[in-house]
Design a protein around this ligand. Sequence first.
Ligand code: LMR
Length: 347
Amino acid sequence: MWSNRFARSFVSVLIFITILLVSCQEDVYPTDNEQLSHEEQIVIRFSHVVGENTPKGMAAVKFAELIKERSNGHVEIQVFPNGVLYKDGEEMNALLRGDIQMIAPAISKITTLVPEWSVMDLPYAFKNADEVHTYVNSDVGQSLMTKLNAHNLFSMGVWDSGFKQFSNSIRPIETVQDLNGLRMRIMPSDVLSEQFSIVGAYPKRIDFNTVFHQLQRGNVDGQENTLTNITSKNLHSLQDYLTVSNHGYLGYLLLMNHEFWNSLPEDVQTLLIETLKEVQEWEWQLAENLTAERLEEMEACDCIKIYNLSDEEKEEWESAFEPVYRYYAENYGKKYIQALPKNQSQH
Ligand code: LMR
């Protein structure tokens, strides 16, 4: 009787210890990554709207590969290019809802939430990408970054696409007056709208993924974009004239929803930030190289007439766009304009 009771207790203790051991073991990540369950893996869905052969497209893939390798598969960045998951006008809300965890929208598109960011859209605000990077890292740039917090956004860095050029199918654009009357596609930014309105053109806000069709249907005459974006969507095949004006910067903020960012373990946050720092440097160089390559290809293709603005012409264009600066200052204050590199060197 006594020995029976002892045997039952002994078996119960044994079962308890076995359960304890098994449950403890489940907290340890398997070394074979293929065996990680969905609960164990951190999945970051990164959605963007451009092709894989652009600086943003290639950097997103590199970032995903490095993170997978460095986290032993514990963190997986799934990249969705070309707006396959969410289109231009949809990705920001999808990020804020938590349906995706990372986006890299053009800064012009962030201006609908934080209009002060449209300082980056001002024509001839920056001479080159180095000036942009210095500005974004300055106190004023960081105060722009801080404004994102109020919208539950966390910025992890800046990637370049490059500088924008004009293309159209009506006439060569050599002077600002040549823009008069043209219907031009723009990204959603009041400053970009103003840039075209003050010279008598008609700006139309159109999602990136439909620009090709809108040009094809003749709903707009032209557009402005970087050479890597123009060629990746074959926009130049529909246009007769390209003006290499380098009149405005197009770059991206790498954004996460703040809540999601805060939910990540500290070591994962560090891994993401450190890796992004490295990828950011790589992406900046890539954007510069790819832009030069695309220009060479367009010059060689004989498929579009190219006009290069001289330095003197660029200065004339910059003065003609002065009212856009006034528009910005009246609406969002002078602080961000005064801090632009070109205004700093005058002191
Ligand atoms: C555009 O809409 O032209 C760009 O923002 C696309 C991009 O993401 O580079």
